[in-house]
Design a protein around this ligand. Structure first.
Ligand SMILES: CC(C)(COP(=O)(O)OP(=O)(O)OC[C@H]1O[C@@H](n2cnc3c(N)ncnc32)[C@H](O)[C@@H]1OP(=O)(O)O)[C@@H](O)C(=O)NCCC(=O)NCCS
Length: 160
């Protein structure tokens, strides 16, 4: 969870890259490095992954993102996440992809909504990797089924 709780040290960053690499080798997908062509070769990471913990909604595949601050608010997270969802639904053939965050992360929740993901309060949960009582323990869960994704995609293609 350290990647959600603040800046990473170099050793935390290296350990995270190690876990992401293992995930790619094991599952065939994971969190990709994001390039903004003509702007920067590496602006952050976006991808799909299998959470390592147990919760009411696991086993599952989640979509997630983290971009360097200077690249926020330009649509990059949404664009990259759309590509990750396409890979998850079309190549991996997943039936559902979820996303999770703390209730106060309005930017991340806005990305989830823009992706067509929906949240019900029934799915709210205490993250098992965050200590009980910590301000970031409570999480909201967003879901997107393959059927809903195909509908959203058809609509966006129709609208051009
Ligand atoms: C979450 C994050 C990836 C969003 O990246 P981004 O490139 O800014 O996302 P987008 O530009 O695609 O969309 C952001 C949307 O957030 C909304 N938004 C932006 N600022 C906002 C604010 N202060 N309050 C509420 N909503 C806001 C807007 O709707 C915006 O969409 P719009 O530009 O079409 O209006 C980025 O903020 C980040 O890396 N944060 C730190 C890591 C993190 O929180 N990761 C998620 C952990 S669950």
């Amino acid at each position: 969870m350290e990647h959600l709780l603040g800046p990473l040290t170099r050793s935390q960053s290296n350990a995270l890259v190690g876990r992401i690499t293992e995930h790619f080798l094991r599952e065939g997908f994971g969190f990709w490095a994001v390039e903004a062509p003509g702007i920067a070769s590496f602006i952050g990471m976006v991808g799909i992954g299998i959470p390592s913990y147990t919760a009411p909604f696991t086993p599952c595949v989640e979509v997630g993102w983290r971009l360097a601050r200077q690249y926020w608010r330009q649509g990059f997270a949404t664009e990259a996440a759309q590509a990750a969802l396409e890979f998850g639904f079309e190549t991996v053939d997943l039936s559902e992809i979820v996303a999770l965050t703390v209730p106060g992360n309005a930017r991340s929740r806005a990305v989830m909504s823009k992706l067509g993901m929906t949240r019900t309060a029934y799915d709210d949960f205490d993250h098992p990797l965050v200590p009980a009582g910590h301000p970031l323990t409570r999480h909201v869960l967003y879901r997107l089924s393959k059927e809903a994704w195909l509908r959203t995609r058809g609509l966006s293609r129709t609208l051009g």
